[in-house]
Design a protein. Structure first.
Length: 194
């Protein structure tokens, strides 16, 4: 084979081999590009998923905080309302001492309070407005000393002479004892009125 033909064959083989290597390199580059795009898409999807989870959690937290603040606001408003209602009730209690129904019930209330103290000598503290009525009731039991006290509240506060027992049977003390139940009743009435 002449040299020129041999060179032509070698040149064709070299071109074919170069074309094959170029095609293989292009195919490899395409695979690398495709793999990189797939990895990038995967990372992007992972980032979007993570970000959506973060945003969802932040939104849920914000909603929960807003609900908590709203509930707290409602509870505070209810408490302010109850405070106003009970402050108004407390303000009215001293006037009850002149009510005939209160005075009619006083003997029974005094006897019930006296039962807690027993037969011991007691001091009965009461407001001056009802002191005469309490003295009249105490006259049947010489073991009761009546002391007028402007700060005693509406009703009677009994204390054993030895200080071992004190019974606060004033309307103010009763109101304080009944506050939780009364608060529920007030809230129930308000709910029914709406």
């Amino acid at each position: 084979m002449p040299l020129a033909d041999l060179l032509a064959v070698l040149e064709r083989d070299a071109e074919a081999q170069a074309e094959a290597e170029l095609a293989a390199a292009r195919a490899a580059a395409t695979r690398i590009e495709t793999d990189a795009a797939a990895r990038l898409d995967g990372r992007r999807a992972d980032y979007v998923t993570a970000r959506q989870a973060e945003l969802r959690a932040a939104t849920e937290r914000a909603i929960a905080e807003a609900q908590w603040r709203a509930r707290a606001g409602v509870l505070e408003a209810r408490q302010r309302l109850l405070d106003r209602v009970f402050a108004a009730a407390r303000k009215e209690l001293p006037g009850v001492a002149r009510d005939p129904a209160f005075l009619d019930r006083l003997p029974r209330d005094l006897a019930a309070a006296r039962a807690y103290v027993g037969d011991a000598r007691v001091t009965a503290r009461c407001r001056p407005e009802i002191a005469a009525a309490v003295r009249a009731l105490a006259a049947t039991n010489g073991a009761v000393t009546v002391v007028e006290d402007e700060t005693a509240g509406t009703g009677v506060r009994l204390m054993a002479a030895d200080g071992s027992v004190e019974v606060d049977d004033t309307l103010e003390a009763r109101l304080e004892r009944w506050l939780p139940r009364l608060a529920l009743a007030v809230m129930r009435r308000l709910a029914e009125a709406q």
